[in-house]
Design a binder for this molecule. Structure first.
Ligand code: KIV
Length: 288
């Protein structure tokens, strides 16, 4: 199917895909050209993730990402695409205050950023935020398992749901989030067994990252998937489909060599005056 024939993805379509057992593809994007390429490649959903703190801003965690950063990047992405369903992350501590404050922050991501949905991390503690946004007609994507905004409380980036107590809590949270109105659930770094069980128990789609193959869909970070970095993403759950970082480095290296050897720019890159004007210019320069 060509891009012209594809219809914009909606929450109803995503739910129908789960029902039919049709896998959902999602990738992160943070700017206009990346979003355009993701759309042209046929992706169903784009996440403007606060992972931009890591891969765009070069920070260790996502905690530095502000609402203004998210609005800026979401607007670039939303303006670039018509078909994929664009979800924007609510950044650190922007949905833990009053419901009014949460809704004001949602408003900015949707009205100024153009997002079609928001994503927020956490279980029962974020139910008031999920409920309020869903009641206001906002599609909310929930996020359980490894929740990077709580990295300091969790004590590192580790696999979740290995023990039964933790697994049962995650199942309870997932059911409560669905009940509160979430339209989808991201499961990050959750054991394969647990994510399969959650996927079976929920009627909303689950989107996995590092959570095995039995979720309804998968999401990867743009820079990990493409190895858009000067070093490989050393994460067991990542599959790299290209080595864009190496291509960029080699291309810039070739440019530097051409500049140093004066082979760039060449005659075909130059702009010229007409002959008469050039003669006059040289004459006037000489006479000074
Ligand atoms: O910020 C992000 O990119 C995410 C994905 C890892 C799910 O939350």
């Amino acid at each position: 199917m060509t891009e012209q024939q594809r219809k914009p993805i909606t929450t109803a379509k995503l739910r129908a895909m789960k029902k039919k057992g049709e896998p959902i593809s999602m990738v992160t994007a943070y700017d206009f050209p990346s979003a355009r390429l993701a759309e042209a490649a046929g992706v169903d959903m784009i996440l403007v993730g606060d992972s931009l703190g890591n891969v765009v801003q070069g920070r260790e965690t996502t905690l530095s990402v502000t609402l203004d950063h998210m609005v800026y990047h979401t607007e670039l992405v939303s303006r670039a695409v018509t078909i994929p369903f664009v979800v924007a992350d609510m950044p650190f501590l922007t949905y833990h205050g009053s419901v009014d404050e949460t809704l004001r922050n949602v408003l900015r991501l949707m009205q100024d950023g153009g997002a079609k949905a928001v994503k927020l991390e956490g279980g029962t503690e974020v139910l008031p935020a999920v409920r309020a946004a869903a009641r206001a007609g906002v599609p909310v994507m929930a996020h359980l398992g490894l929740t990077p905004q709580s990295v300091h409380a969790i004590g590192g980036y580790k696999v979740q749901g290995k023990q039964n107590e933790e697994a049962n809590k995650l199942i309870e949270d997932a059911l409560a989030l669905e009940d509160a109105g979430a339209f989808a659930l991201v499961l990050e770094l959750v054991t394969d067994e647990l994510s399969a069980l959650v996927t079976e128990r929920l009627s909303i789609p689950t989107i996995g990252i590092g959570s095995g193959s039995r979720c309804d869909g998968q999401v990867l970070v743009f820079h990990d998937l493409l190895q858009y970095s000067d070093e490989p993403a050393e994460k067991k759950f990542v599959q790299t489909y290209a080595n864009v970082g190496e291509h960029i480095k080699n291309a810039i290296n070739a440019y530097v060599a051409d500049v140093k050897s004066r082979s760039f720019p060449s005659e075909r890159h130059a702009f010229h005056m007409d002959e008469e004007a050039a003669k006059q210019l040289y004459g006037s320069v000489k006479s000074k």
